[in-house]
Design a protein around this ligand. Structure first.
Ligand code: NIG
Ligand code: FE
Length: 383
């Protein structure tokens, strides 16, 4: 691996407090890390040069919430929703049936396709959940496949209670044999805490069992209605409470005085035609906010972090700078990572070159393919 200089940067967003946003900047990448950042005029020599010709450079996007291990198609469910049907999460069982019937090869091809699709839109770190298997064997193999693509794997055996099962019996299965099979392949444990999925007590049991098995906690909380999920996340020290669409003032206070990140998933509100979470209230209260795609075949079939940034700015009253921070540094915090989401010296050399003079264009030109090149681990991963 030889050192590479990235030159000709019109605007560089570092998210490093000491460096901020630089104009006419350069970076030197070495050994998969950022080795030098500063004014182009002072850049040291390197073996190779990537001249980005005035384009803006931002940290690689960090997507901390995606459900990529699945089979089957739910476009008809989406069409029905756009004709007035509500989203209830019930369609999860449709995907479970198709996923169980699929071979490992098909699941692998799907995950690879979506990870590549995300990479071409600037995502260099992605979390991938299980949750469409719901048997010991199918959850274990979902995580094994996910692990081939990312270290950020999440056991979501408690996604929904399988058809015909008793909720408490199934929760015991998740906390016992299923967790034992899943834990070697997972970094995180997650649960869908929602009316119609898992109660507060059941969710607490799942997260405590996961924590006891050495996993970090995260939770699907307060998506379809108010509930105990956010409170539980903060009590258990979860890295992230995801969705946060229906929050009480107490939930906002709890998040803002904790290390639990509020991960917002505007693609889900977009595709279920639901009101967006109140990002402004969370930010104004001092909570840490991340953005994620929630990429899944039911509630949010997008892999695009730029799309989520545009939605966050237009629909959730975030500024372009806040939305970019939440899509990079915020996602890193939601995964308890300090090596990604910023471009300070020592950070992983993951960055996105935009076909635009500034990062504001991500929201200013929604739907336009602005990602010109992606560098991952110091190497050009897509151009
Ligand atoms: O995060 N809410 C639960 N899980 C997913 C949806 C999964 C599906 O509909 O297949 C979500 O939105
Ligand atoms: Fe989700």
């Amino acid at each position: 691996m030889t050192a590479m200089a990235v030159t000709g940067i019109g605007q560089l967003t570092t998210h490093d407090p000491a460096l901020g946003t630089l104009l006419d900047a350069a970076l030197v990448l070495d050994g998969g890390r950022v080795a030098w950042v500063g004014a182009a005029s002072g850049a040291p020599a390197a073996d190779r040069v990537l001249d980005v010709d005035g384009g803006a450079v931002v940290p690689g996007f960090v997507d901390p919430h995606a459900h990529l291990v699945f089979a089957g198609d739910r476009s008809a469910e989406f069409a029905a929703r756009m004709a007035g049907e509500p989203y209830t999460g019930g369609g999860i069982r449709t995907t479970v049936a198709a996923t169980r019937a699929a071979g490992d090869g098909l699941l692998r091809v799907t995950v690879r396709r979506l990870v590549d699709e995300a990479l071409r839109q600037g995502t260099t770190t992605i979390e991938i959940k299980s949750g469409y298997g719901l048997t010991v064997e199918d959850e274990e193999r979902s995580l094994r496949v996910a692990r081939e693509f990312t270290d950020e794997t999440t056991f979501l055996g408690a996604h929904v209670v399988p058809a015909g099962a008793d909720a408490d019996d199934y929760t015991a299965l998740v906390c016992g044999p299923m967790l034992a099979a899943a834990a070697p392949h997972a970094r995180w444990v997650d649960v869908f805490c929602e009316r119609g999925a898992f109660s507060g007590d059941q969710s607490e049991a799942v997260l405590r069992a996961g924590i006891a098995a050495g996993l970090g906690a995260r939770i699907h909380a307060n998506q379809l209605g108010p509930g105990p999920g956010v409170r539980l996340a903060v009590e258990l020290g979860a890295a992230s409470a995801d969705h946060c669409t229906h929050l009480s003032d107490a939930d906002v206070d709890a998040l803002s005085s904790s290390d639990t990140v509020a991960t917002l998933l505007p693609g889900a509100e977009f595709a279920t035609r639901s009101p967006y979470p109140d990002a402004r209230a969370l930010l104004d209260a001092g909570a840490t906010v991340a953005l994620a795609t929630d990429c899944n075949p039911g509630s949010s079939y997008t892999s695009s972090m730029p799309f989520c940034v545009a939605l966050a700015v237009r629909e959730m009253r975030m500024t372009p700078a806040e939305a970019l921070w939440s899509a990079t540094a915020g996602g890193a915090k939601a995964l308890r990572r300090d090596d990604v989401g910023h471009l300070g010296v020592g950070a992983r050399a993951d960055l996105v070159v935009l076909d635009a003079p500034s990062a504001v264009y991500l929201a200013y030109r929604p739907g336009v393919p602005l990602v010109r090149a992606v560098v991952r681990n110091g190497e050009l991963a897509w151009q």
